[in-house]
Every structure is written in C-alpha cells, then in structure tokens.
Design a binder for this molecule. Sequence first.
Ligand code: RIB
Length: 309
Amino acid sequence: MSTVVVVGSVNIDLVAAGGRMPRPGETVVMERFAETHGGKGGNQACAAAALGATTHLVGAVGDDDRGRAARADLAARGIHLGGLATVPGPTGVALILVDDGGENSIAVVAGANTTLTPAWVSAALDAVAGPAAVVASLEVPLPAIEAAAAAAHRRGRPMILNPAPARPLPASLVSRCTVVTPNEGELTTLGGAAALLAAGAGAVVVTRGGAGCELHTRGHPPVAVPPAPARVVDTTGAGDTFTAALAVALAAGRPLPDAVRWAAAAGALATEAFGARGNLPTAGAVDTRAASGYQHTLRSALPRATQPW
Ligand code: RIB
C-alpha cells in the first residue's frame, strides 16, 4: 500500500453553481448553493485516502466551528491528522462559482493556512515512518513548502508540487521537486516547462483539462497524454485528485508515464459530481476508466531512461 504525506490547505468551500460567471461589476443569479469541505491539501489527502493510500495531512485549521467540522470530516475518511494544527483564528474559506459548463472561479481567504511554519512541517514529515510520497500545493506559506521539499529530499522521497495558486518559485525549491503539476495558467506564471526543467524539476506534467495533459522531461520532446472520457459536472478539485493519484501511483513504484495516465483517469472521474470531493474515485474505478479511455500505452511513447526515478 502507498503512503502519501500531503502538506497544504484546509478550507470550507462556499459554492454557488448553475448559471454563468458574473463579469466585473455585474450581479448574476445562480441556481444552488452548498457549503462543502475543501482546500487543496484537504482535497488531495481525501483523494489519496479514497485511492487506498495510507495518508497523512500536514496543515492548520482555526479554532472555530469550521475547523472542527473540517477535522472531523478528514478523520472520518481515515486520514492521519497528527500534523494538522488547530490555531487561534478562522479556518480558511473559499468562495467558488461553478458555471453551467462545470468551469469554476475560486477566491480564497486563507485564515489558519497562513500559520503553517517550516518547523511544524519538518517535524510532521520526520514523524512519518517508511517510504512515502510528499505532495504540496501553494495555499500555505512558501517557507513551509520549502521545508516539505527539504524533508522529502533528505529522505529520498518523491516530491510532487501542485503549484496552485501559482507564484514565482525559487530554483532551490523547484530543484527538489520530482514532478511539478501546473495547469496552463500556472505554467505561464512559472515561466514555462523548459524553465522549470532548467531549474532542476525532475519532470513537469501540464494539465489541460478536457485536452488531457503533457509530460515534459529534460532532453526529450513533450509527450501528449490524451484525456480520459468524462461526463463533466464540476471541475473543482479535479487537479487535486490528479495530483493525489500521481503521488499514490509514484509511491507504489509505477513508472511516470503510467502514473500520469492513471492520474488523468482519476482527475476525469473527479469532475463527474458537484463539489471538490463529490466523486473521489477508488483505485478500482480509476483502473476501469484508464483502461476504457486509451487506445495506446504511454510506456512505449517515452523511453524508461527518461523517467526521473
Ligand atoms: O482545488 C480546489 C480547492 O481550491 C477548493 O476546494 C478550494 O478550497 C481551494 O483551495
């Protein structure tokens, strides 16, 4: 069984859906509202656990009702929460709009997520025994992510960075990432796949939603990964499930091209229900979707020697 340690945000999502996005200065009426559990770190941890991984979450919630509810939900999903701090102040909140096409816009007020410290992250990661993949995203302070990457590096663990929301990253962090998983907008902010590889990233997987994804490794042309079929309801959290599945597959020792294809199938399944955690797939469901969606294997498209581990 894979072990995954997720370092990242925990939010409560306030979601309005059904209709179209407002333009700046405009008011629109949408059809429904829900308050759900979210945060990129929380979503990634829940996705990894649903896929069968032993999962640890390192992060922070506030000492409010939202924080208590978030912790209870994560615990109920079997996630190890020794690294989840409760701090004074509000839990993170995300305001999310989902249009009729399933596309989303998200504004986050980070709250407790801003309190995560490098010392807390290092101690929490060092407390996890055995081999484990480390997953991180950027709704928590950069020094905390740098500490996660340093701990992963120290232990020889794969480090998967989901650079969302995107911001310029120091080369010292990028060079410790086994894989970076930006979407197209995030890739632009980060200066492109070639820049990330030049800074030392082991591989870059660019997610392009319904257009699939693209695997970049140093010295080789990019490999296009076709999209898995999906009946899209809501794309919120699909990138989180993609990143979690990639980590689970890599922690299990699967080669990168296979792991990317499996993660793409997981991400596709995650879009088929409302909410960031509305359809977190099991490993069996991902296997079935991966088998149904592809006509060729990536293993033949990318030589084994180009895989960074
Ligand atoms: O990736 C989706 C997540 O982004 C939401 O759950 C929201 O909380 C924000 O963190």
